[in-house]
Design a protein around this ligand. Structure first.
Ligand SMILES: Cc1cc2nc3c(=O)[nH]c(=O)nc-3n(C[C@H](O)[C@H](O)[C@H](O)COP(=O)(O)OP(=O)(O)OC[C@H]3O[C@@H](n4cnc5c(N)ncnc54)[C@H](O)[C@@H]3O)c2cc1C
Length: 408
């Protein structure tokens, strides 16, 4: 049985003390914020620093200071009282820590960029136990690395974001018995010149349980109150054969899904054979491969999210996040369900996914849910990986922070 030293930090001083002890005793550190990452779910024999008690949210105008262990649901709920929002992910229980350090693709990414593009500063407990304030003008190399380089450089005890006013959103769902390829093609065309207030997610999932929706559907979120504008841009989708449209005007905090970690650590989700990628174009060939993937593998999912807009206007070299020229994020894979999926099916899923991934610009580390050290360079583009190695050498030369997509 694995024994892990667990530190439930309540203050920055606790984190400093824990890091010092890990360094003295030669323990690798697992940092846990929302707990959704693979290293949080799979303990090892090092030290686990849990940050959930460092989760304060302090709002000063549009500057929001968030403790390193907060979750996005808590942030969205607090900001809603002030008419503000930060583009995060789609799930309330996901941590600000993991999602931000890896990038953070959310519902307002075309309007405001990634979560990391809204980050203006951070407080970090470094491997040497120093408490460092960092921003674009203070320890700027470290700040650059934090924006996409994951948890490689220290424990972030506070994230400072620039939030945006968000008075309302419109939420639309297009589902029904429709031709998935036609839906994807129409979505691509609608998004080509769409206002950046609009972000969409396409998904095609098998029936998981009787209450959960299955099949191909499109979810669209418009950042603002302009329901007519959303209807107009997505009119070709509403007009597709078999499509049913449902439009509501919820609060942003209410569209974040609840997906807590299972109480029983042995209740791991089934294995996932597949992966993700940031793609320059959603061309007909990619659409055909995704449709065939879903059709050929019954227990499989296909998931896409639109990029472009503000995401693509952030200069590539200003953060560590890869592939700013991507216009779509794509994820596809089959569940490795014991008894249902045999060796032949496993190999077929893997082969089909590898043909899809061949066209990607980069892999998005936050959705790369297994430890694959050899894959880490492919999570960055241009000179970013070499630059991250230099930042790592400066701030964590002993690789104390190694339970992550590790920069070595
Ligand atoms: C249900 C679900 C929905 C998701 N939806 C989205 C989505 O919409 N968009 C998206 O971009 N991603 C999404 N993701 C992926 C998500 O961004 C990653 O799984 C992320 O790593 C989770 O962060 P966490 O804080 O919850 O996990 P944790 O396991 O706590 O953290 C993951 C890793 O991040 C590092 N880390 C976390 N906090 C800190 C900190 N304060 N200081 C230093 N290092 C830290 C550590 O290396 C840690 O191992 C989703 C994941 C799940 C499970």
């Amino acid at each position: 049985m694995t024994e892990q030293l667990i530190i439930r930090a309540r203050s920055v001083d606790d984190v400093v003390e824990a890091v010092g002890r890990a360094r003295r005793e030669g323990l690798g550190i697992t940092v846990v914020a929302g707990g959704h990452g693979p290293w949080s779910r799979n303990p090892d024999e090092g030290m686990r620093i849990e940050l959930s008690a460092i989760a304060g949210i302090d709002i000063d105008g549009t500057t929001v200071r968030v403790g390193g262990g907060a979750t996005w649901g808590a942030v969205a709920a607090r900001l809603a009282d002030h008419g503000l929002a930060i583009s995060s992910g789609d799930t309330a229980s996901v941590g600000v820590g993991g999602l931000t350090l890896g990038g953070g693709i959310g519902w307002m990414t075309r309007l405001w960029g990634l979560a990391v593009d809204q980050l203006v500063g951070a407080q970090v407990v470094t491997a040497s136990g120093e408490v460092v304030e960092t921003s674009a003008t203070r320890h700027s190399g470290l700040f650059w690395g934090l924006r996409g380089g994951g948890g490689n450089f220290g424990v972030v005890t506070r994230f400072d974001f620039a939030a945006h006013p968000l008075p309302a959103i419109v939420h639309a769902e297009y589902s029904g018995d429709t031709d998935a390829a036609a839906l994807l093609r129409a979505t691509r065309e609608a998004l080509r010149d769409a206002p950046r207030e609009l972000t969409v997610t396409y998904m095609d999932v098998p029936p998981m349980d009787p209450s959960a929706p299955a099949g191909a559907r499109l979810i669209a979120v418009w950042a603002g109150a302009e329901e007519d504008a959303l209807r107009e841009v997505l009119a070709p989708i509403g007009a597709l054969d078999g499509v049913e449209t449902a439009i509501t005007t919820p609060a942003y905090r209410d569209i974040l899904m609840e997906m807590p970690q299972p109480d029983d650590p042995d209740q791991q989700p089934p294995g996932f054979i597949g992966g993700n990628g940031l793609f320059a174009e959603l061309d007909d060939d990619l659409i055909a491969r995704l449709i065939a993937f879903r059709a050929d593998h019954p227990a499989s999912v296909v998931f896409l999210r639109s990029l472009g807009g503000a995401f693509g206007e952030v200069p590539q070299e200003s953060t560590a996040f890869p592939a700013r020229d991507a216009t779509w994020f794509v994820m596809a894979g089959g569940f490795d369900i014991p008894g249902l999926v045999d060796d032949g099916a496993r190999a077929a899923i893997a082969a089909d996914w590898s043909r899809i991934e061949a066209g990607r610009l980069a892999e998005y580390g936050n959705f790369a849910d297994t430890e694959r050290p050899e894959a880490v360079p492919g999570m960055f583009t241009g000179a970013a990986y070499e630059r991250l190695r230099a930042v790592k050498a400066e701030w964590d030369p002993q690789n104390v922070f190694r339970r992550n997509h590790n920069i070595v």
